[in-house]
Design a protein around this ligand. Sequence first.
Ligand SMILES: [Zn+2]
Length: 114
Amino acid sequence: MKEYDKVRDVLNTLLEELNNRLDNITHDVRHDQNPLEHDFAEQATQNENNEVIDQLGNSARAEIEQIKLAISNIDNGCYGICEQCAEPISKERLAAVPFTSQCIKCASQAGPKH
Ligand SMILES: [Zn+2]
């Protein structure tokens, strides 16, 4: 469908950005693992930082998966359909969150995620 060509472009751009962000995050982790191991307190702080970075990485990865799914849905004509109730997702919601896989009703029933 023509109207989704644009969305596809947007999603691909998002995907690129996220991959770049993920690269940066991974790079930061490696950088943080430089030896400071003699100082126990420092090490604890480093572990905390790595946990935060891990979480950032995980949420970026989760978003990447969602975007990939949305792109494949565009390709096979399932884009814009709620995966929970199979109702169409509103255009407003798709405009706000182009890679969402749930309609606003199901998303709010699922409860807030982070
Ligand atoms: Zn739904």
